[in-house]
Design a protein around this ligand. Structure first.
Ligand code: 0A1
Ligand code: ZN
Length: 878
């Protein structure tokens, strides 16, 4: 286990001393002793005369040969972590390395491992070095030719990157081989191999320029029928990238392999994407509408990486957002075009606020482009991905759609085949637009969520509206003072009839179209020629990942909720109104008072629910109250999760009782007998109906629970079944126990569905949940070797059960800490991610904070922690 903690710094970057032009690999697959032969064509990169140091990780060297002759022992030094040749030839040469590895014993799921009986690889970020010694860094690009040999019965399917060029039998044995060649130079992290006995679904795609691409999705035998939506999503992604970004696919074949043991969501290996099966398999009986949307989004994301990540890759791992932020932006835009743009935006912002804002506000805060790391695996974060995408979105807002596209076109043209930096990327946009992006670039280097304080006043006589804006970026670990950022604030001045008011001129800040460019700590914008007192609608579409602080009176928020032409800000108005009441209610509960809830707000929700002019999916979003974790985040310190839950349940009860008749009527009217279809409009109707069910049950009265029981029994699809079961579990209803049993009987043996069953029990807010979760660790369907099982049972308990994870007795913290310690030697990456659920511990009230700290101190004191977990724990308690 690697436990060293020497930090890697962006400022230390040096180009590689050697390059590897071609890699010829031979994998002899065998469960415990796979032979890997690697022939490297190496050349010095300039006149460096430095030793050649190839990285390894837990490797066993069998032999090493230079230009065909065995290399004498004194000319190299091999450890599990490195192969060093002190005086390599200062001319191009060939190095052949043979290693032996143990895929079946590889529980870290990095490098070559076995998922069930399938051999598969995961090389990003530094997994390639677990198979053979290599210059395992993203700026070393090579052309790969890969031969895979295996037992024909065990692994009839043999795959690698690129195009298939040969296959055949190994004479006199039951073994066979396949040969693959990938003509596109790539870094080692994009390499992949698969071998196994798999089912396959095939299709094809004709590119704009008329090339025919074969499409294949491999999965476990018997699951082929569940791949249809993934295949459809893939074809739509391929077409969309041609239209929206002018990007065509480049190989003759594109393959996806679904495996059940995978540390993350999926991986964009060139021509051979490997997926967590959760993001491939979907049918109405086993997947919810949310699952379908995730499949579509992840398929698109990995496919889009072919250009943003693969054809143009990162110079070093500090540039991770270069490919990830940009590719998330691209997949979000795809889903917006395929579904509802406003609803997608609201969902994405909810995710950003739930995952990235707490990261930015806690001990693990880091810039979109970090400058130092101990373990790169810990930087696949919401900040790099989701905030990284917001940065691209702001770039587009600042430049406008036309220049943004021109900049992207230039980027593809200028850097195809290269490993580049954020500077290279931004230069393309500066070059096409002439805009100076120096201040904008701070978004990559300054951590923390900027706060914008806004105040407005109207002078009726002068017909002038004055808007003052102040920005502040809070201190974050290692960054105590910040510079002002370039924040695009999209806005409208909403007039009395709900339309945006025109104005003659805006003075005080640059305004282009509907965007105010906030660039200084304080700016006052004066709008002249404003005919009536406006209600300002700011940060429309969430034009920047910032917190807007504006004390609009409730009447103005209700007005925006009813009339704003910007759907996002209509939703935001509902959220703000709800949040104010939820925070006040939490305070009241803590002071032993009775929370009061505002009838006007509840009535406005009723109006939204009934407003047929609004799409159902939007109404569902507006009706979903902020979650307990959202409220905790907004409160920010001295957080008492029990008080938050009580305050929130009070508001749910108030809504349920005041709107009782209206909600039931609407719920009844939405009852549908239409056959299931996963399209966005149908999903939106189900979302609204299920949100109504949840609201109806909010008073804890038997009628809502009975309705949920009925829905659970009658459901003909997983979305409705899960929604009903969630209502039963999350309200702690007695009826949940029988329903959970029925669910288990129906789906026993279907691991992905049993994950839902685990998650629902783990998120039930009753005091017996922790005991139940501990018992479920021994359930035959649970396996500590499978990250999906861990995430659904332990991960959802830690991340999505506020009251039980944060039990005042600290037992929730102890349980998760113990589990992390148990998991760490087996799968450090997943252990470290689980530990990150403690990231907001300092914001807790004193009693819980002490308990959390004690649990964290036990983790930090444990011997032999992995580098992954050591890094997270150190930063968490720093
Ligand atoms: N590049 C992938 C994410 C990914 C990162 C690391 C992994 O290692 C276990 C796996 C996947 C993506 O953005 O989809
Ligand atoms: Zn990605």
């Amino acid at each position: 286990m690697k436990t060293d903690t020497a930090p890697v710094r962006l400022s230390d970057y040096r180009p590689p001393d050697y390059l590897i032009d071609t890699v010829t690999l031979d994998f002899r697959l065998s469960p415990n002793a796979t032979r890997v032969t690697s022939l490297l064509a190496i050349r010095p990169n300039g006149d460096t005369r430095r030793p050649l140091v190839l990285a390894g990780d837990q490797l066993k060297l069998v032999s090493v040969t230079l230009d065909g002759a065995p290399l004498p022992k004194e000319r190299y030094r091999a450890t599990p972590d490195a192969l060093e040749i002190a005086d390599p030839p200062q001319r191009p040469f060939k190095l052949e390395i043979v290693t032996e590895i143990d895929p079946a014993g590889n529980s870290k799921l990095m490098g070559l491992y076995r998922s069930e009986r399938t051999y598969c690889t995961q090389c990003e970020a530094e997994g390639f070095r677990r198979m053979t010694y290599f210059l395992d860094r993203p700026d070393v690009l090579s052309v790969y030719t890969t031969r895979i040999e295996a037992d024909r019965t065990e692994a009839p399917v043999l795959l690698s990157n690129g195009n298939p060029i040969d296959a055949g039998s190994v004479d006199g044995t039951n073994r066979h081989y396949a040969l693959w060649h990938d003509p596109f130079p790539k870094p080692a992290y994009l390499f992949a191999v698969v071998g196994g006995d798999l089912g396959v679904v095939t299709d094809h795609f004709k590119t704009t320029s008329g090339r025919n691409v074969e499409l294949r999705i491999y999965c476990e035998h018997g699951k082929e029928d569940r791949c249809a939506y993934a295949m459809d999503s893939l074809k739509r992604s391929m077409r969309w990238d041609e239209v929206a970004f002018g990007r065509e696919y480049d190989l003759d074949i594109f393959m996806i392999v679904a495996v059940s043991d995978f540390n993350m969501g999926a991986m964009e290996n060139k021509g051979l994407n490997i997926f967590n099966d959760k993001y491939v398999l979907a049918d109405p009986d086993t997947a919810t509408d949310g699952d379908f949307a995730h499949v579509e989004g992840v398929i698109a994301h990995e496919y889009f990486h072919n250009w943003t990540g693969n054809r143009i890759t990162c110079r070093d791992w500090f540039q991770l957002c270069l490919k990830e932020g940009l590719t998330v932006f691209r997949d979000q835009e795809f889903s917006s075009d395929e579904r509802s743009r406003p609803v997608k935006r609201i969902a994405d912002v909810r995710t950003l606020q739930a995952r990235q804002f707490p990261e930015d506000a806690g001990p693990l805060a880091h810039p979109v482009r970090p400058e130092v790391y101990h373990e790169i695996n810990n930087f696949y974060t919401a900040t790099v991905y989701e905030k990284g995408s917001e940065v691209i979105r702001m770039l587009k807002s600042i430049l406008g759609a036309k220049d943004f596209r021109a900049g992207m076109d230039l980027y593809f043209e200028r850097h195809d085949g290269q490993a580049v930096t954020i500077e290279d990327f931004l230069a393309c946009f500066a070059d096409v637009s002439g805009v100076d992006l120096a201040q904008f670039k701070l978004w990559y280097s300054q951590a923390g969520t900027p706060e914008i304080v806004a105040n407005g006043s109207y002078d009726a006589k002068a017909r002038r509206y004055t808007l003052s804006l102040a920005q502040n970026v809070p201190a974050t670990p290692g960054q105590s003072t910040k510079k002002p950022m370039h924040i695009p604030v999209r806005f409208g001045l909403v007039g009395p009839n709900g339309e945006d008011l025109a104005y003659d001129a805006a003075v005080g800040a640059a305004v282009t179209g509907d965007v105010i460019h906030l660039m200084e700590p304080n700016q006052t914008v004066v709008f002249s020629g404003v005919s009536a007192p406006p209600v300002p609608s700011l940060l429309r579409g969430f034009s920047a990942p910032a917190k807007l602080m504006m004390e609009l009176p409730p009447s103005d928020l209700l007005f925006l909720l009813r009339t704003d032409t910007d759907s996002f800000n209509r939703w935001r108005a509902a959220e703000t109104l709800a949040m104010r009441q939820l925070i006040a209610a939490t305070t009241a509960v803590r002071m032993n008072g009775a929370p009061k809830y505002d009838d006007a707000f509840v009535d406005a929700l009723g109006e939204i629910a009934e407003n047929d002019a609004l799409e159902p999916a939007f109404r569902a979003q507006a009706l979903q109250l902020p979650g307990e974790a959202d409220i905790a985040r907004e409160i920010g310190n001295d957080v008492d999760p029990d008080a938050i839950a009580a305050g929130r349940n009070g508001l749910r009860a108030a809504i349920a009782s005041r709107l009782a008749a209206r909600l039931r009527r609407l719920h009844q009217a939405l009852g549908s007998s239409m056959p299931f279809s996963p399209d966005a409009a149908s999903a939106g109707r189900r979302a609204l109906r299920n949100t109504l069910l949840d609201l109806i049950a909010g008073d804890g009265a038997t009628e809502g629970i009975a309705l949920a029981v009925e829905r659970f029994r009658a459901a003909d699809n997983m979305t409705d079944r899960m929604a009903a079961l969630a209502v039963l579990c999350h309200n702690g209803a007695e009826a949940r126990l029988e329903a959970l049993d029925a669910f288990h009987r129906r789906y026993a043996g279907d691991a992905l569905v049993i994950d839902k069953w685990f998650a629902l029990q783990a998120t039930t807010p009753t005091p017996d949940t922790l005991t139940r979760v501990k018992t479920l660790l021994d359930h035959p369907a649970f396996s500590i070797g499978n990250p999906n099982r861990i995430r659904s049972l332990v991960g959802s308990f830690a991340a999505a059960n506020q009251t039980q994870f944060n039990r005042p007795d600290g037992a929730g913290y102890d349980f998760v800490a113990d589990f992390v310690l148990d998991l760490d030697p087996k799968n450090p990456q997943t252990a470290a991610r689980l530990l990150a659920s403690f990231r907001s511990w300092r914001a807790l009230e004193a009693g819980r904070r002490q308990k959390a700290e004690a649990a964290l101190n036990r983790v930090v004191a444990a011997p032999n922690l992995s580098r992954d977990t050591r890094d997270i724990i150190t930063r968490t308690i720093a």
